[in-house]
Design a protein around this ligand. Sequence first.
Ligand SMILES: O=C(O)CCC(=O)C(=O)O
Ligand SMILES: [Fe+2]
Length: 176
Amino acid sequence: MRELLKGISKSLGLDENFIHEKMSVESGSQLLVINFYPACPNPELVMGLPAHTDHGLLTLLTQNEFGGLQIQYNGQWIPVNPLPNSFLINTGDHLEILTNGKIKSVIHRVLVNNKGARISVATAQGPPLEAVVSPAPELVGDDNPAAYRAITYRDYLTIQKSNELHGKSCLDRIRI
Ligand SMILES: O=C(O)CCC(=O)C(=O)O
Ligand SMILES: [Fe+2]
């Protein structure tokens, strides 16, 4: 995780420890989610998991062989085919907030299939619950004003839990 955040920090022209330190990742929170999607005789009638973005900085996801995960790119749904023994890394809402939209939180959804049960295991890595996340001053300027309100990670999770997913991101609730 630290190495990934180092690479992302450097790609933004910042010190390699920038995100790790700013977000106190060392004492941050980690959420483990196990998803089980039974095989479905009529997959075209059912959505396994509706379109959403993940909270937090990065999500590490591993999946079995049945596929179904799709990522939205330029308005199109792109299938993410499972690679054995690999992790997929998704960017999350708090990376978008911190980078003032330079790195977007990826919109994704999951389709079901009629061949077998899909299982995925995801860990969302975020800052401590009491951390106030706002666009980093280093990434805000006159031509790029802050695009999100400051909010604690805990309050963001509360809003997200109270929100129906339906393709809308919780990010829309704090956009300026
Ligand atoms: O099952 C998947 O591949 C995705 C799960 C997911 O998006 C999530 O748990 O947030
Ligand atoms: Fe997700």
